[in-house]
Design a protein around this ligand. Structure first.
Ligand SMILES: Cc1cc2nc3c(=O)[nH]c(=O)nc-3n(C[C@H](O)[C@H](O)[C@H](O)COP(=O)(O)O)c2cc1C
Length: 249
């Protein structure tokens, strides 16, 4: 089965190199509108988007993420978990806003942000733009909060670099559905090891032959390498989320 939307979704790849062609204001408005029309938990619209145009802030985000290529993107969005606006509404109504501080509401904001980000990615691809969602802004959230002047009950969750692609990376092969789509109950297949070995062969081949950043690794090795990340890098995360007024423990 196929159609234009399925083709677009199945051709997704993250883009990290951009031409100098800017993203127009019209395109930015179109992308934000697409994000706004995504589903939003309890219709609370509990996220905000900040367009980063100041080169100094982009440079700082380059330092935080280690991804200075973001400075060359046509446009940069920050997606913010936002219960602050709804706090204002609660205060105006003299209603108890306690629930806005809950872990549940923090998660709802996180879901809204993630879904909005994907809508921007897909809308962008539909008009010829490529993008990369960037969780690496979480490397130093306190600094991001200061840079963007984020108030109580907001939290920076994702960056998103978007622009006209100057690369066409090969498609990254995904897991076979048998290893990630189950029926009624969670059930990895009995031949997990051999299916994973087959996928490791596919990913090794992809990494060895893709059109840039060649490396010798498999999906399993990639997962194990990820375990070796410096645990101190994001040690402040829970504390900063709490400091912003969310009651997560
Ligand atoms: C929540 C999230 C955070 C991500 N953070 C980063 C990031 O900080 N830097 C980056 O280069 N790519 C980032 N990515 C992109 C992934 O690396 C990419 O989607 C994955 O390798 C699959 O490649 P593809 O998107 O080209 O298919 C992120 C993706 C998601 C969904």
């Amino acid at each position: 089965m196929t159609n234009d939307i399925l083709t677009l979704l199945n051709q997704h790849r993250s883009i990290r190199q951009f031409t100098d062609q800017p993203v127009t204001n019209d395109e930015v408005t179109t992308l934000v509108a697409a994000a706004q029309h995504a589903a939003t938990s309890t219709f609370a619209q509990q996220y905000s988007i900040i367009s980063i145009t100041d080169p100094a802030i982009k440079r700082a985000l380059g330092d935080i993420t280690g991804h200075h290529w973001l400075e060359k993107s046509g446009h940069y969005f920050m997606l913010i978990a936002d219960q602050h606006r709804n706090l204002k509404i609660a205060e105006r109504a003299n209603a108890d806003p306690a629930i806005l501080r809950s872990f549940d509401k923090f998660m709802a904001s996180a879901f809204d942000v993630a879904i909005a980000a994907e809508a921007i990615v897909t809308a962008g691809e539909s008009i010829g733009l490529g993008s990369t969602i960037m969780g690496s802004i979480l490397n130093h959230t306190q600094r991001v909060i200061e840079l963007l002047n984020l108030p109580e009950l907001t939290f920076p969750l994702l960056g998103l670099a978007i622009g006209h692609p100057a690369e066409q990376p090969d498609l990254k092969p995904r897991l076979p559905q048998s290893l990630m789509h189950f029926s009624n109950q969670y059930a990895l297949p009995a031949d997990f090891d051999s299916q994973m070995a087959a996928y490791d062969t596919v990913t090794a081949d992809y990494y060895a032959h893709r059109n840039s950043h060649l490396k010798k690794t498999t999906f399993s090795q990639h997962i194990v390498q990820e375990l070796g990340r410096n645990p101190k890098l994001r040690a402040e995360l829970v504390q900063v989320i709490q400091q912003q007024g969310f009651n997560i423990n």
